[in-house]
Design a protein around this ligand. Sequence first.
Ligand code: NAD
Length: 255
Amino acid sequence: MLGAGGRMGRAVASELAREGAAGILAAACDRPGSDAVGREIAPGVRVGDDLAEALAACDVYIDFTSPEATRRAAREASARGVAAVIGTTGLSAEAEAALAELAVAAPVLQAPNFSLGVNLVLELAESAARALGHEFDLEIVEAHHRHKRDAPSGTARALAEAVAAGRGLDAGEASLGGRQGDVGARPRDEIGVHALRGGSVVGDHTAHFLGPSERVEITHRAESRQIFAAGAVKAALWLAQRPAGRYAMRDVLGL
Ligand code: NAD
């Protein structure tokens, strides 16, 4: 577990410490200098800060850290051919390139969200955008706790990509974050993506389809980050037996 001292790292450790858990927490790693180093995170497992040692001890590593840590770990894992489950969001182009390189040597599963519900919502949102057509304006709204660093969330970006695919748009060109000032009438093919931050919200996402005289909203609300941890562990167990390459949560869930 990389990022073992963080919110998600602790959730994954507790998931693996559950009675009857299918996987084993082989090693827990955080950054040198982190308060978590030395702490017992699960029975018999202390958080270390030696990435190479942690990677040598495991079949699959789960990464919930930061873009820079993801880049560095992917480089190190490439040399060793260790499978990777990547949950970190807001990745830089350099981190994405390091994951592409790792996927040549080992299986890599990257997911902005490991919950079954969100992955279903991605499928539903794509179908809705396709069925409702260009009369319906597309807006994505997400909310997260006050500590979240990246905005919009990786899941909101994935939702924008899903509705863009349904409407035959390019998500990169169509997506717009926030509005301010004299922005004029809304262009039809715009996808607004908006981020709320505050309190302890685990993660809410709504895809709005705003049509003439009617609206459709598809919402997911995460009530505990344990759902992400359980999904990440499920993904790791599934991934351990796969050949090198790129995988997504929809492969694990059979969606
Ligand atoms: P967090 O800040 O609580 O935890 C991050 C941990 O990573 C910290 O303990 C930090 O010390 C550690 N870290 C930083 N650099 C490191 C390094 N070089 N080596 C090892 N550890 C390092 O954050 P969080 O809420 O757990 O979220 C982490 C990431 O996961 C974010 O990008 C977040 O958006 C993402 N996330 C994804 C999902 C999902 O389902 N895919 C769900 C929740 C959060």
